[in-house]
Every structure is written in structure tokens, then in C-alpha cells.
Design a protein around this ligand. Sequence first.
Ligand code: CTP
Length: 400
Amino acid sequence: MTEGAPKHVIIGITGGIAAYKAMTLIRLFKSAGCEVKVVATTNALEFVTPLTIETLSQNALYCDTFKRSEQFDVHHISHADWADCMIVAPASADIIGKMANGIADDALSTLLLAIKKPLFIAPAMNNKMYANEAVQRNLATLQQQGCHIIGPAEGFLACGTTGKGRMEEPEKIFDDVMGYFSKDLPLKGKRALVTAGPTYEPIDPVRFIGNHSSGKMGFALAEVLADKGADVTLVTGPTVQTTQQSHIHRVDVTTAAQMYEACLKYSADADIIIMSAAVADYTPAAPAPEKIKKNDSSLQLELVKTTDILASLGKNKRDGQYIVGFALETENELANAQTKLHNKNLDFIVLNSTKTPKSGFNYDTNQVTIIDRDGKITPFDLQDKHKVAQNIVDHLIAKF
Ligand code: CTP
């Protein structure tokens, strides 16, 4: 989850056809790791069912369909304390009027009066209603009170006309809310390219040359960068790793040549590049089109060198771009890593220890040493790969 992102989100739903889009909004916040509670008006439940809402949010629905005594239930007030933010989507002209004038006559409006957390509303109504003076006055009042108004958009309206009044798309509402919470993050607005995992170089249609890289280190780095606000492109070789971070754009590749092509495409825009993939240094010169039969007692394979992706990106490094590489050494570790740092034109290099038990390929832990261009050496203890990723990204932020 992005650092500073809301953990507890309340979605208020009012009566309007766009209520069905609020279901996608629930899904988006759930997918981002937020806990979601929904408060709906009785009219909203004409458009979407409690079962749908509860199944998607995995929480009990609060609404005003129960006895009137329910509307002052302290649970609704405790919701206001529980929430990190609240979003009313769709927000009808009715709820906008109530909010602007302090009216509390059902569960949703009561909660809205009690909440003191960042509040977002996504108006949705007919274009003439939206243009109405009273609605505009109420929206202006809400804005003065610090309420964030998202949309509405122009377009086709449920009543058959076209105009301004359509609820903004759930993805835009989600992005605006998350953007509000991530605006102070250190890597906000930065683009990062990360590589992860092994590459597989085909020998024939069923065999390949690969390595033991699990992709864990690269995925952890991509997640920490995204948590710090960066938009990350993660180019990964074959791996079972997954990520739910919505700011990570995953690009799957198989071979070193495909990884190179993807890196060329995404490096131009990248402010930060971290190459943690274990890229094959050699690939079969001519992969066999059919499965190779075991006719002879031995088999000779001709291998040709792959492009060194990191060296190529380092050569074309542009001003302001920050490039980090990894080094895996079994002897003369520091000296070899330092040579790679300079030959590949890196800002710093992360030396993976092959000597420390439980460090490196396929482990959940890693023991690394960071070497800077000026020769400064920073060793770290054996740590969980997520913590290692945090140390690397913190080092980068301090330099960036
Ligand atoms: N790397 C790369 N493209 C390659 C090989 C390596 O981008 N074809 C990158 C790796 O992702 C890593 C760095 O270069 O960030 C160093 O990789 P490493 O395997 O330690 O060293 P090599 O440069 O391949 O040299 P050697 O295998 O001889 O140690």
C-alpha cells in the first residue's frame, strides 16, 4: 500500500444511476489494500443491492432502511472516527444540499455531519439540475469548507441528453483520492524502471538456459518505489511473483533480448532505473525450431553474447537520470563491483553477497553492500528482501 494512503475508506452512495459505478470504486479501494465501509441512502438501494455492496466491501452495509431509531445509532458516529477519508459517489443534488446546510436526517447525512476527515464528493445529476443556482451555491459552500469536489464530467446522461452532470469514472475518483494522500511522498511524480527475475534463453521449443533468480528482490524494489510515490514499470522475466500495487505497470518478458527491448522503450522516460534482473550473458546462437533428439553421445551448443542492458542504458544516461545496478560476485567482490559501477556508468551498485548463508537467489533474505561512485561503502546486515529494498530506495532518495 502506498505510504500515507488511507487504510479505512467510507464510501457514501446516494440514489442515482451512477450508483452502479460505485461498485467499481469499492473494488478499486479494496484492491489497493484499503478496508471499505459503505453507507447508502434508501434511494441508492433502488439501484444497487445490499448483497452486492456487502460482498464487494466485505463489511456490513449501513443504511437508513432500518427503524428510525437506527439513524442516531452511535455506530454511525464511530464510523466518523474509524475513517481516514470519505467519498460520496454518486453525490445527488439532495445530499449536496443537505451537506451544505447541515441537515442530518438519515444515516449518510448524519455521518457526513460528524466526519472531520478528508471528504470527497463526485456529483452526478442531470445537466440542468447541476447548473441550478442552488446546487452551484451549495457546491461553492462545500468547497469553501474544504470538501474536494471531483467532476462531474460532460457526456451522455441517463435521462437521454448530453451535458455536464455525469459522475466521473471510478478510476478517476480513485486516482484523485489516492493522489491527494500521496502528494507529499518523496518520489511523487517520478518514473522508475525496475527489472526483476531471470531470463530464459531458448535452446529448442521445450528447453532453455535459465538461472535461479526468483524475482523477489526486483518485486520488493518496485513495491517500495511505488509506496514512496513513484510510477513504476516493472520489466520481469519468468517468475511466480505477483504484486497488487496499483502504481506498478508490469511488463512480462522471457529472453534477454526481449528485456533489452522493453528497457529501451521504458528507459527514455525513467528518472530512476534499477536493474536487479539476472540477465543471461549468453544465448544459443540458433535455437532449434524442433525438439533436439538425443542422437549423439554429446551435444555442442554455440552461445553468443547478449547485450549488456545496464551498460547500454548507462551509456545513454541522460541528465537527471539515476541508474542503479546489482553485482553478483564470488571473488574479489568489492573490486569487481567497483569496476562494474564505473564501466556501466552507474550512480551506485548493490553488491550481493554469495558468502553469507541465506543470501541471494531464491531466499527471502539478502545481505548487500552499497558502493557509491565516490567510493563510499555501506554494508547492511542480512535482512528480509523488503527491508533490503527499503534501504536501497532510502539510499537513492537521499542522493536523488
Ligand atoms: N546486466 C544487464 N544485462 C546483461 C547482464 C547483466 O543489464 N546482459 C545487469 C544486471 O541486471 C546487474 C548488472 O548488470 O544489474 C551486473 O550483473 P552481473 O551478472 O553481476 O555481472 P555481468 O555484468 O553480467 O558480469 P559477470 O557475469 O562477468 O560478472
